[in-house]
Design a protein around this ligand. Structure first.
Ligand SMILES: *Cc1c(COP(=O)(O)O)cnc(C)c1O
Ligand SMILES: [Zn+2]
Length: 412
């Protein structure tokens, strides 16, 4: 392992091993830790040539840059998702060079698999057999699936409004699901108490510093798929802020290793009905609690748990936050389906809608190279997807009626 230790994102205190509770002993709540690596040691074994010769197409091809002793032997295949060059969507938006990283193709259908499998491996290293988290859905279902494959148990607290597809997925993976009569905040509080009381392995992304490390592999893949060439912007939707923090960390690592010339600007996208980061950004103040009024449930996070790392990602990359309405999210979902053959969930569509918003505001310019990440597969949330398409009429079962429909619908 090339891990040197941990540093507090608030006070800068260094820890050579992870403190009990996973956060800084001096800063408590705000003391989220960052993993620190020995980049000199990594540079010896990690460069484009060794990567080319590495036959592992999963995220474990970046083992040198991950905080685990060894890769799991029996795990699901996480990472190695395609990076598409976008044609129709790009030209409609007005961009010359747009790429889509399809992380909806991970085994349980979202980018969260990258963090969850790291949690499982760390739990095994620590000799724990039960993992626990609270989640609006994907963190939980990815944990449940990856844990199932590795023979681990999961206890998962979910808010009442979790879409039925995601809830069912959890149950199918054999998880102990506890539906809390409340919102995400309530579910988070319950999981925190359960972890403290019973000593479960903690997969709450903001607190556990290893999870951002898993998520960063999406950035490592994007960079490698782009042959370490210049990328101007990477766009991703933001809830807790751990995904964008992970994306930043991946590019930061590559920059430290001299593999990329600059860190791409990051565009963080929130829903208008739940935009604590955008408000903090626009008013230059700390993140405050916000309402959770959006159909994009995976980013409906009223109290983000990782504000420091997310804001740092935007600040240090010279990026920006924007927000988009639910209407924009739905119309972008339909548009993506039509132009790219991609079925994304609302939280993921928010990123794409944010790209359009940023382009229209002049934040992103047409000659810039942009990568947008599909963070989650749309099949899990059919209820909301239905709102993005029209109701279908039933056609009488005779050829005349069918033929008429062809003319009416303008199919021919
Ligand atoms: C979790 C999630 C996000 C946002 O990630 P955060 O770490 O909460 O900011 C975006 N899209 C999807 C599909 C997600 O599951
Ligand atoms: Zn501290």
């Amino acid at each position: 392992m090339n891990l040197q230790g941990f540093v507090c994102t608030t006070c800068g205190k260094f820890y050579s091993s992870l403190p009990q509770g996973m956060i800084c002993e001096d800063c408590t709540q705000q003391g989220i830790l960052d993993v620190v690596y020995d980049y000199q040691a990594i540079a010896k074994e990690f460069h484009p040539t060794t990567l080319r010769l590495n036959p592992d197409s999963s995220m474990w091809r970046y083992l040198s840059l991950l905080p685990v002793k060894e890769k799991p032997k029996q795990g699901l295949h996480v990472g190695g998702t395609p990076l598409y060059s976008s044609q129709a969507f790009a030209s409609q938006v007005g961009l010359k060079s747009l790429y889509i990283k399809d992380d909806g193709l991970n085994p349980t259908g979202s980018l969260k698999d990258r963090a969850s499998i790291v949690a499982c491996v760390k739990a095994i290293e620590e000799g724990k057999t039960i993992l626990c988290c609270s989640s609006t859905g994907n963190a939980a279902s990815s944990l449940a699936g990856n844990a199932a494959k590795l023979g681990l148990q999961t206890v998962i607290f979910v808010p009442k409004r979790i879409p039925i597809g995601k809830r069912t997925q959890l149950q199918l993976f054999g998880s102990h699901v506890i539906v809390v009569d409340g919102d995400y905040k309530a579910a988070f509080q319950c999981s925190k108490q359960a972890i403290e009381t019973f000593g479960f392995y903690n997969r709450n992304a903001a607190i556990n510093p290893f999870l951002v490390e898993g998520k960063k592999t999406v950035a490592l893949e994007i960079a490698e798929q782009m042959q370490f060439q210049n990328i101007d912007w990477v766009v991703v939707s933001v809830g807790d802020g751990c995904t964008i923090a992970g994306v930043y960390k991946g590019f930061y690592d590559l920059f430290q290793l001299g593999l990329i010339k600059s860190i791409p600007k990051l565009l963080g996208v929130q829903a208008s009905g739940c935009r604590p980061f955008v408000d903090a950004w626009e008013h230059q103040r700390d993140v405050q609690e916000s309402e959770e009024q959006t159909l994009a449930d995976s980013i409906a996070v009223g109290i983000p748990r990782n504000p420091k790392k997310a804001i740092r990602a935007i600040q240090e990359s010279k990026g920006c936050f924007v927000s988009v309405s639910d209407e924009a999210i739905l119309s972008t979902m339909a548009f993506l389906g039509k132009t790219e053959g991609l079925f994304v969930e609302p939280a993921s569509a928010a990123g794409f809608a944010g790209l359009i918003e940023a382009f229209q505001k002049g934040i992103i310019r047409s000659e810039e190279t942009v990568v947008v990440i599909n963070t989650g597969n749309g099949l899990k949330d059919i209820e909301n997807a239905k709102k993005a398409v029209s109701e279908l009429d039933i056609t009488p079962n005779d050829w005349e009626s069918v033929k008429q429909l062809f003319h009416k619908e303008g199919i021919l």
